[in-house]
Design a protein. Structure first.
Length: 455
């Protein structure tokens, strides 16, 4: 297998480490003995591993030739002298794989031969089979292969109209649809091998000699090509062929119509009539083929519906099997035994609750009541004592005095002196025992002089 051409049209942007002349000189130099400076050796190896993986992913390099790899990092006429050891280290760690890991199997050789004969290739038949000497320096980046293979699967799924019929495609059609993602034939071979090994596709040969590819459908754990798939591919091929024929016939119908108009314009009525007859004959053929095409589309719809029903039946069968397996473990006797044990456990729990909720013995209860009565008596006695010790207040007057929060000794003396002065100076009148109006009338009688008789 010949090595793919290095993509020199993609300008490499040097990292900060390679932009510096001194650091670049160290990184471009060959590796020294690791025992002399293990830390520096590991740092240099890590730098190149990350840089190579990043470069392969950005430039979508599925495979590369080790002898041409240093040319990608040419700087001021210098190329790195350490990439051979870096690639070998990455190969041992699985970050790179030799191209021989993706060699085709024998069933694909005829397709490879036809492809190489019909189309211009970079490699010959002997290179397709694989030459150990030429392939020794060609390596593959698995991360890039996985990423591009995922893009191809998404591209195919986005164009599916019938999940059953469209899951089958010829190998040539598959290669043509992936041309934008994988332009090089040797890289397409690597992608095809990866998809088949990862059980995403299956490749087989029909009775007519064509190679077909079947994609794994959603919900399936594996993919294989059965007799049913070959029949479906035949129907799909017939539909595509009929569609092309109808398109060609309609083009011819339009041509006869334009030719008839031209003859009418030139006054050739007989020639125009002949063109219209040809047009009518072609239209009948178009109607026939269109009817066949419609029936085939109906068959494809029915197959799609039957496939959905099959999927539903398989799901129901899986559910039945799961229920049966569970019923083998959970029998009626086991369920009855569990229920009996549950009732017994609940009864035991109720007994425990009854025991815990039982009151204390009568003797202890009477003793507690006597203790409570004694405490109540003591409380009553203390209240009576506190009532006797309280000082008596004057019955005829009430003197409000604000209570201090935390009085000092001086403030207490002042308050006592002030209170004493108030009590001394306070001279309140006695409460009257009769009406003031009557007292006033009595005083008037006393003050008025009585008349002397004879005056």
């Amino acid at each position: 297998m010949a090595a793919p051409k290095t993509k020199r049209n993609c300008q490499y942007v040097f990292t900060q480490e390679l932009a510096d002349d001194r650091q670049a000189a160290v990184l471009y130099s060959p590796f020294r003995d690791k025992a002399l400076n293990p830390h520096s050796w590991d740092r240099k190896m890590t730098f190149w591993e990350r840089l190579l993986l990043k470069t392969f992913m950005e430039q979508r390099m599925i495979s590369f030739d080790l002898s041409k790899l240093p040319e990608m990092f040419e700087r001021n006429g210098l190329t790195p002298k350490c990439l051979t050891i870096v690639v070998e280290q990455m190969k041992s760690s699985g970050k790179l794989q030799p191209v021989s890991h993706y060699q085709k199997n024998n069933s694909w050789l005829s397709w490879g031969f036809n492809t190489l004969v019909k189309q211009p290739m970079y490699w010959s038949v002997t290179q397709l089979i694989g030459s150990p000497k030429k392939d020794a320096g060609v390596f593959v980046c698995p991360n890039v292969v996985k990423a591009i293979a995922g893009e191809i699967l998404q591209l195919h799924q986005s164009g599916e109209q019938y999940s059953v019929v469209d899951s089958l495609i010829s190998l040539d059609q598959f290669k043509q649809s992936s041309q934008d993602l994988v332009p090089e034939n040797e890289d397409f071979q690597i992608i095809l091998t990866y998809l088949e090994r990862e059980n995403h596709i299956a490749v087989s040969q029909t009775n007519s000699g064509d190679f077909i590819v079947k994609f794994r459908r959603e919900g399936e754990s594996s993919v294989c090509i059965r007799e049913f798939d070959l029949n479906m591919y035949s129907i799909k091929t017939a539909v595509e062929k009929l569609e092309k024929e109808v398109h060609v016939l309609m083009t011819r119908v339009d041509g006869h119509l334009q030719e008839a108009k031209l003859h009418v314009k030139n006054g050739k009525k007989k020639m125009a009539l002949i063109c219209l007859r040809r047009k009518a004959s072609l239209l009948k053929l178009v109607d026939t083929k269109s009817g066949s095409l419609t029936r085939l589309h109906e068959i494809m719809h029915k197959i799609e519906e039957a496939s959905s029903n099959e999927m539903i039946v398989r799901a129901c069968e899986a559910g039945v099997q799961a229920m049966k397996s569970l019923n083998l473990e959970v029998t009626a006797e086991r369920a009855e035994s569990v229920m009996d044990e549950m009732h017994e456990a609940m009864g035991l729990q109720e007994e425990v609750n009854d025991i815990l909720s039982t009151p204390i013995s009568q003797t202890d209860e009477e003793e507690l009541e006597r203790s409570l009565e004694e405490l109540l008596k003591e409380e009553d006695q203390e209240q009576e004592v506190r009532g006797k010790d309280l000082p008596s207040m004057p019955s005829n007057q009430e003197i409000p005095f604000p209570e201090a929060a935390a009085p000092t000794q001086v403030s207490d003396d002042i308050a006592n002196a002030f209170l004493a002065l108030q009590l001394e100076d306070l001279d309140l009148p006695d409460v009257p025992t009769h009406s003031p109006h009557k007292e006033s009338a009595r005083n008037k009688k006393t003050d008025t002089p009585s008349k002397v008789p004879g005056s």
